[in-house]
Design a protein around this ligand. Structure first.
Ligand SMILES: Cc1cc2nc3c(=O)[nH]c(=O)nc-3n(C[C@H](O)[C@H](O)[C@H](O)COP(=O)(O)OP(=O)(O)OC[C@H]3O[C@@H](n4cnc5c(N)ncnc54)[C@H](O)[C@@H]3O)c2cc1C
Length: 316
C-alpha cells in the first residue's frame, strides 16, 4: 500500500508517521525548502525567528503524549503558562518551532522543494504531478495544503468532487497575517517572558522576543500583524507595510531595530472549521483532505486531523 502525503506541516507529518509505523510505504512531498509549514523557524545572520506559530498547546491526552515524547528527545519544552489562571501550557520547539516537525519527520521519506501541480485519479490510482517533471503514483493520497491550494490541485487534475464536498471546501477561508522579523541593537529593557499583545487599536496582534524565548543567540523580535491589517494592506507595497509595522512596534517598545524583513502568510489560520476531522469523499477512494481547517485552527488541530486521515487509510 503506497500513500503519498502532500505537505510536510504538522498534519502531513503526523499522518505519515502513523502510517509508516503501521508498515505502510509513505512518501511526503513539500514545495518548501524545509519542513514544518506554518511551524516555521528562519535564520537571518545570527538571529533566529519563529515567524509562524509561536507556541503549541495540547488539549488532548494523545497530543500531550506527542509533546512529552518530543520533550524526552530534547525537541520541545515548556515555555510558559499552565498555571491555574492560564490553563494551557505553552510549549516551544527547543531550537525554534521547526524542532517539533523535524523530530516527527525522522526516518520518513520527505522530499522538499517538490511542488505538486496537479492531483488526478485514474485506474483506481492517484497520480500526482510535480514541477520539474517529478510524478508519483499511489493507492492513497493525503492532501494537507491549505484548502484553497488543495482545491486548485484537485481542479488541475480534473478530480470531480460532489457538489456538497466542493461547497464545504470552498467555505473554508483563512485569515492573513504579516510577520516582521526584526533584529535589535540591544536586548529589550523589559523582559518579555511571553508574547505581548498591544492594546487596541494597533496594527499589531503580538510581539514575541525570540532572545528571551531562548531560541536566538542575538536579540530579535517576531511581530505579527492583526488579520484585519493584513487583509487591508495585502496588495500594498511590502516595504511601506514593513515601515508601518516597525513604527508601530517602536511606539510600544521604544526598541532599536537595526534590520527588518517581512513575510506575508496568505493562509494563516482558518476562519471556519469543517464539521469532520478530515474529508474522505466516498466516491474517491484513497483521497483524504486534511489540515487545521478540519481539526481546529491551531497546531494540535492540524495534528489531530493528520491522525484522523491516517486512521481513515488504516481502516480501508
Ligand atoms: C503567523 C501564524 C501564527 C500562528 N500561531 C500559532 C500558535 O501560536 N499556536 C498554534 O497552535 N497555531 C498557530 N498558528 C496556526 C498553526 O501554525 C497551523 O494551524 C498549523 O501549523 C497548520 O498545520 P498544517 O500541517 O495543517 O498546515 P501547514 O503547516 O500549512 O502545512 C501545509 C504544507 O503544505 C505545503 N504545500 C502547499 N501547497 C503545496 C504544493 N502544491 N506542493 C507541495 N507542498 C505544498 C506547504 O509548503 C506546507 O508545508 C499560526 C499560524 C500562523 C501563520
Amino acid at each position: 500500500m503506497n500513500t503519498l502525503v502532500i505537505g510536510a506541516g504538522i498534519c502531513g507529518l503526523t499522518a505519515a508517521r502513523i502510517l509508516k509505523d503501521a508498515g505502510y510505504n509513505v512518501v511526503v512531498v513539500d514545495k518548501g525548502r524545509g519542513i514544518g509549514g506554518r511551524m516555521a523557524t528562519r535564520r537571518t545572520g545570527d538571529a533566529v525567528f519563529d515567524h509562524g506559530a509561536q507556541f503549541v498547546t495540547a488539549r488532548t491526552e494523545w497530543f500531550n503524549a506527542v509533546l512529552a515524547e518530543c520533550q524526552r528527545n530534547d525537541h520541545a519544552d515548556i515555555w510558559y503558562g499552565g498555571t491555574e489562571d492560564d490553563t494551557h501550557t505553552r510549549w516551544r520547539g527547543t531550537h525554534g518551532m521547526t524542532s517539533i516537525p523535524k523530530h516527527l519527520s525522522e526516518g520518513l521519506d520527505v522530499r522538499t522543494s517538490t511542488q505538486v501541480t496537479s492531483v488526478s485519479f485514474r485506474d483506481a490510482l492517484w497520480h500526482v504531478e510535480c514541477s520539474e517533471g517529478h510524478a508519483f503514483t499511489a493507492n492513497a493520497c493525503i492532501l494537507t495544503a491549505p484548502v484553497p491550494q488543495a482545491l486548485t490541485l484537485l481542479d488541475a487534475g480534473g478530480v470531480a468532487l460532489s457538489i456538497d464536498d466542493r461547497r464545504a471546501l470552498e467555505n473554508l477561508t483563512y485569515e492573513r497575517c504579516f510577520a516582521v522579523m526584526a533584529t535589535l541593537a540591544h536586548p529589550l529593557s523589559v523582559h518579555l517572558e511571553r508574547p505581548l499583545a498591544p492594546a487596541a487599536p494597533s496594527p499589531i496582534a503580538l510581539i514575541s522576543d525570540n532572545y528571551a524565548k531562548g531560541i536566538s543567540p542575538v536579540p530579535c523580535l517576531t511581530i505579527h500583524s492583526t488579520p484585519e491589517f493584513a487583509l487591508h494592506y495585502w496588495e500594498n507595497d511590502r516595504a511601506e507595510t514593513l515601515t508601518m509595522l516597525v513604527a508601530a512596534t517602536h511606539d510600544v517598545l521604544q526598541c532599536d531595530i537595526i534590520d527588518a524583513s517581512i513575510h506575508g502568510w496568505k493562509f494563516s489560520r482558518p476562519e471556519r472549521q469543517h464539521s469532520a476531522p478530515c474529508l474522505a469523499p466516498a466516491d474517491l477512494p484513497g483521497l483524504v483532505v486534511a489540515g487545521d481547517a478540519f481539526g481546529g485552527p491551531r497546531i494540535e488541530g492540524a495534528a489531530l486531523s493528520g491522525k484522523a486521515a491516517a486512521d481513515h487509510i488504516l481502516m480501508r
